[in-house]
Design a protein around this ligand. Structure first.
Ligand code: ADP
Ligand code: MG
Length: 695
């Protein structure tokens, strides 16, 4: 590999490149768009476009694409070449300002939740200048937002940008009250840790379930799983290590600051983490990370599984969404050294706690997906109950605040917001609570519920918006207050008292937490379908409309798409289960059991009084399970047909969860039991043991 510093960002049309290549004045004007969100004038766009094209062509690009994030949670790209016929049989390479700024993909096939039906059929893409363009596989990628002609967001980027704007505006108001008149923008930052599995490609291709659904629909547990804890941080296998080197190089070229790589808890499970950036760029980058993981693995004859639960009984994969707010000078969730900074820190900390307390169902919703239903609450990932871990020292301080330490001067423990010095919170690994869904980790919050395949856009839209809401309330009151310090003390104390219940430092996996949480009145939304159902509650619609993040129509569209996605995913899984059981498992079982039966007659024909009770026992056992599986298969087929007919999308999604999904499980059980009885040579696909250990 070439020198890392030389390859880093080579394929990115970064600010540095722009500074070098653009005329000074153009760069200055573009910079105002980037930093302050000012509109871009056509003449600036024209110069930027042609400079960008020249740069991209030098990097080997022949095409450009408006790269966008439709509501599927995946990314979309349509490539157009730069060629422009000259009229005499030759071509020039051209790329205009208009082509840079706006595109009109024929987008009728993207999910729109009914949004476009009433408006223009086509959508348009608009350049998001805040996320840099890059060259990949001979194409210039331009990050864009995707909207309908009447302005509805049809993507995952637009509302994210709106939410960033919302939280920035409110945070700036708070900073102003603390005397910072300079800061014009506060940025929400994210560092997403990405978990994934790597297995052998040849083996994975022999499994239809992996091919169609990304997870195993059948499979008995291998003799060895993760019980020895020997995989976590263990030494990397050569094939995996080679793959990771290649992965890093690809990511670095794209300017993605891939920082950490290691083995995870489950066999064949790994993690990568980048250095954090703005939520917008982090979201774009995470999509690229997922894409690159799959492609580079393929090049190495490996298969990368991004699914939340590729293997039943083995740890699943998540995405830890490390989130904070910062100015160009400081991280607002970093405890300060001066009392003044501490008061400001406490303000943002308590605002986040209150936001999470007040809007826990929305956060839960933001982690809802069919794949994630296997994780949340399943004794490995955080439970479906939202709670906050603060660590001992902070919990102690919050406790004192709750008990009136800020406002009642008679109390012995009286804390003065402007005077109290807070300790520096050690980012000590031992002080980590791994079971909390929302943990303070020294200078940021780590939201651990997000699923490994999910776009991180949704969770960050919610985080930014709910924190903006609490900050707005605070700023509204404080701006009118006569005495800033005492009002702030009172507000913080009230927020702590109202939301103290959400703070929990214990073991989130302990079954007793479920009862305790119920006593505390914390919501426990167990399944995705139930979480999706709350999306359009009037109070949430009002919240989104207040900050211009979603209109009511956009909320309803998104809700419908989530239900639809849920239903379609389970539908595919059910169809795949039926096919695999019918065409692979049951025939293989018949073949094996016939061979055992045949062997009984064969043995008897040689030794008439031979003891064949053991063989008979196997035949009986297998035959019973075969009958059970056949019955379960019939039930699944019947249930599926019935559920496919349901018209209302929410009802249908629920029926997929509570009927079809359950019927799939009922089919899986006897099939997995059969796998343990049938000789390996007869079994139609590679076992869990093969998939997890043969890399
Ligand atoms: P861990 O022990 O959980 O891996 P790290 O300190 O390595 O903790 O951080 C994990 C992730 O959090 C990284 O992606 C890191 O860049 C990110 N992170 C650190 N500071 C911030 C911040 N201020 N805002 C958002 N993410 C951050
Ligand atoms: Mg972490």
């Amino acid at each position: 590999m070439e020198n890392l510093t030389q390859i880093f960002g080579t394929n990115v049309f970064s600010e540095e490149v722009m500074k070098q290549r653009l005329p000074k004045d153009t760069f200055k004007r573009l910079k105002r768009t980037l930093d302050l969100g000012e509109g871009l004038s056509p003449d600036v766009a024209e110069v930027v476009a042609s400079t960008m094209k020249d740069w991209a062509v030098e990097k080997g690009a022949t095409h450009y694409t408006h790269w966008f994030h439709p509501m599927t949670g995946k990314t979309a790209e349509k490539h157009d070449s730069f060629i422009e016929p000259t009229g005499d049989g030759r071509v020039n390479l051209e790329f205009s300002g208009k082509q840079l700024i706006q595109g009109e993909p024929d987008a009728s096939s993207f999910p729109n939740g009914g949004l476009r039906a009433t408006f223009e059929a086509r959508g348009y893409t608009a350049w998001d200048a805040t996320s840099p363009a890059f060259v990949k596989d001979g194409t210039l990628y331009i990050p864009t937002a995707f909207c309908s002609y009447s302005g509805e967001a049809l993507d995952k980027k637009t509302p994210l940008l709106r939410s960033m704007q919302a939280v920035s505006e409110q945070a700036v108001r708070i900073l102003k009250l603390f005397g910072d008149k300079e800061t014009k923008k506060v940025t929400s930052t994210v560092g997403p840790e990405q978990e994934y599995f790597i297995i052998d490609k040849t083996l994975s291709q022999q499994r239809k379930d992996l091919m169609f659904t990304g997870r195993t629909l059948f499979g008995a547990l291998p003799p060895k799983g993760q019980e020895l804890d020997d995989h976590y941080f263990g030494s990397l296998k050569d094939r995996v290590s080679d793959f990771m080197k290649d992965l890093d190089e690809e990511l670095w070229k794209l300017g993605i600051s891939s920082k950490t790589k290691h083995n995870e808890v489950a066999p064949a499970q790994h993690e990568m983490a980048p250095i954090f950036s703005t939520t917008n760029i982090a979201t774009d980058h995470n999509q690229l990370v997922m894409d690159t993981l799959v492609k580079v693995a393929n090049r190495h004859d490996l298969t990368c599984l991004l699914h939340e639960k590729p293997f039943a009984g083995i740890n699943g994969s998540g995405k830890h969404n490390n989130w904070s707010l910062g100015t160009d000078k400081m991280n607002l969730l970093e405890p300060g050294v001066t009392p003044h900074e501490n008061a400001q820190f406490l303000t943002f900390l308590v605002a986040t706690i209150a936001a999470v307390g007040k809007y826990a169902p929305l956060l839960r919703l933001s982690a809802a997906s069919p794949g994630n239903d296997h994780r949340l609450g399943a004794n490995e990932a955080p439970p479906a109950i939202i709670s906050i871990f603060l660590g001992e020292q902070l919990t102690d301080i919050i406790n004192q605040i709750k008990n009136g330490a800020l406002t009642s001067s008679t109390k012995q423990t009286h804390m003065d917001l402007g005077v109290t010095t807070l300790p520096k919170f050690p980012k000590d690994v031992t002080d980590r609570n791994r079971t909390s869904p929302f943990a303070f980790t020294g200078n940021k919050f780590e939201f651990r519920m997000v699923g490994s395949t999910m776009s991180i856009s949704g969770p960050n839209i919610i985080l930014n918006t709910i924190v903006a809401d609490i900050l707005k309330d605070m700023a509204d009151k404080l701006e009118k207050a006569e005495d800033f310090k005492s009002s702030l003390s009172k507000i913080i104390e009230e927020l702590v008292q109202e939301n103290f219940n959400v703070i929990f430092d214990g073991d989130g996996y302990d079954p007793s937490w479920v009862d305790e949480a119920e006593k505390r009145g914390l919501p426990n939304i167990k399944t995705s379908v139930e979480a999706i159902e709350i999306f359009n509650k009037p109070e949430y619609v009002a919240l989104f409309e207040k900050f211009g993040v979603f209109t009511k129509g956009e909320v309803c569209a998104r809700q419908e798409i989530m239900f639809e996605e849920y239903a379609k995913t389970i539908n595919i899984e059910a169809l795949a289960s039926i096919q695999i059981a019918k065409k692979e498992i049951l025939p293989a079982v018949l073949e094996y059991v016939s061979s055992v039966a045949e062997s009984i007659t064969n043995i008897k024909s040689v030794v008439s009084d031979a003891d064949v009770s053991a063989q008979i026992d196997i035949v009986v056992k297998i035959n019973n399970l075969y009958a059970e599986a056949s019955k379960a298969l019939a039930v699944l087929e019947k249930d599926l047909k019935k559920v496919q007919e349901i018209k209302e999308v929410g009802e249908q999604a629920k029926a997929y969860k509570f009927e079809v999904f359950e019927a799939m499980q009922a089919l899986r059980e006897p099939c997995d039991a059969l796998e343990e009885l049938v000789a390996e040579d007869f079994w139609p696909y590679p076992s869990y043991g093969d998939l997890l250990f043969r890399v």
